[in-house]
Design a protein around this ligand. Structure first.
Ligand SMILES: Cc1cc2nc3c(=O)[nH]c(=O)nc-3n(C[C@H](O)[C@H](O)[C@H](O)COP(=O)(O)OP(=O)(O)OC[C@H]3O[C@@H](n4cnc5c(N)ncnc54)[C@H](O)[C@@H]3O)c2cc1C
Ligand SMILES: NC(=O)c1ccc[n+]([C@@H]2O[C@H](COP(=O)([O-])OP(=O)(O)OC[C@H]3O[C@@H](n4cnc5c(N)ncnc54)[C@H](OP(=O)(O)O)[C@@H]3O)[C@@H](O)[C@H]2O)c1
Length: 247
């Protein structure tokens, strides 16, 4: 049984066509950056709940989620229409193991996201863990169009706070977007263009890689990483890459 509590909408932002963030006031329990809660609405007499990564840092309010309205998606089409003062259901306890807990300290942390997969990394970058465990952090946001590059000002502010330690790269696949890179994350890894751009290489000795978002990207990137000798991270047997699949 889920521990549903009521959450009140206190803010909403539309970043691009079908791309939204919503902020809530809700008394959820402590969580670790990288975890998700479920958000639900009662639709035709049935509670329809879906998992969403938390964008806010642990201990910070409001609670925030970042999502795209999926055409025909029962929940997201309704979440996209929420306004301040509306209420939703939310699980009081966050779940998930896509966190930096038990990850071994190393030199470089690579955070690779497609689309709304960016959200989970905002929570991490706002928490102390990445800065305690790693010297350098590289965030790569893979999107179709430049207009989908949400939270750029937030990322710029974090980069200023950790000057010289955070590199943010936009990988835009369906239009030229200088000064970002053009193409899919996978192609930029295979060609070496991503690592040349950042000035660091991904290898098992120095890197931990996190993958979040589109399942096809995760599947293809895993193969590239495993060819380079990285192995999946497990709580009991630490490795060099971790994944969280949204769809
Ligand atoms: C652990 C976890 C965390 C998640 N966190 C987020 C998050 O932070 N932000 C977010 O946007 N989504 C996230 N998702 C996906 C989310 O739970 C929903 O599935 C999604 O928002 C669509 O909900 P829906 O009810 O409208 O449609 P669903 O009935 O859930 O899905 C309808 C169809 O859309 C596909 N789909 C689901 N999500 C997406 C997407 N993002 N883009 C394109 N197609 C999609 C599904 O594969 C399915 O074919 C997460 C999923 C998991 C498992
Ligand atoms: N973004 C939009 O403009 C837009 C607008 C309206 C609705 N939507 C809907 O929203 C949903 C999500 O769209 P999204 O653009 O956020 O997410 P997405 O389809 O997952 O695309 C995000 C990025 O991931 C890339 N990608 C896809 N498969 C990959 C793979 N196997 N390996 C590496 N990279 C891969 C895409 O490249 P490619 O471009 O090469 O696919 C794109 O750069 C879709 O259902 C879409 O129909 C999107």
């Amino acid at each position: 049984m889920s521990d549903w509590i009521q959450a009140r909408v206190v803010g909403r932002q539309c970043w691009a066509e079908s791309l939204y963030s919503v902020q809530f006031e809700a008394a959820i329990s402590d969580f670790a950056a990288g975890q998700y809660i479920k958000v639900a609405l009662d639709i035709d007499g049935e509670r329809v709940g879906r998992p969403y990564s938390l964008v806010n840092a642990p201990g910070e309010q409001p609670i925030e989620i970042f999502f795209n309205a999926v055409p025909e998606g029962p929940l997201t089409t309704r979440l996209a229409a929420l306004n301040a003062g509306d209420t939703v259901w939310m699980t009081a306890t966050a779940s998930g193991i896509f966190t930096l807990e038990s990850v071994q300290p190393s030199r470089d942390l690579w955070l690779l996201a497609t689309g709304t997969g960016l959200g989970v990394y905002l929570s991490m970058l706002r928490s102390p863990e990445p800065w305690r465990l790693f010297e350098r952090v590289v965030l790569v946001h893979g999107v179709r169009l430049g207009a989908d590059l949400a939270y750029r000002e937030t990322l710029e502010a974090i980069a200023q706070r950790y000057l010289g330690r955070l590199t943010c790269v936009a990988a835009v696949s369906r239009e030229a977007w200088p000064p970002g890179l053009s193409g899919r994350i996978t192609d930029l890894l295979t060609s070496g263009a991503l690592e040349r751009h950042v000035g660091l290489t991904i290898d098992p000795a120095h890197s931990h890689v996190m993958l979040c978002g589109n399942s096809a990207m995760i599947k293809d990137t895993k193969l590239i990483l495993e060819e380079r000798g990285l192995v999946r991270h497990r709580r009991q047997v630490p490795g060099q890459y971790s994944t969280e699949q949204y769809h």
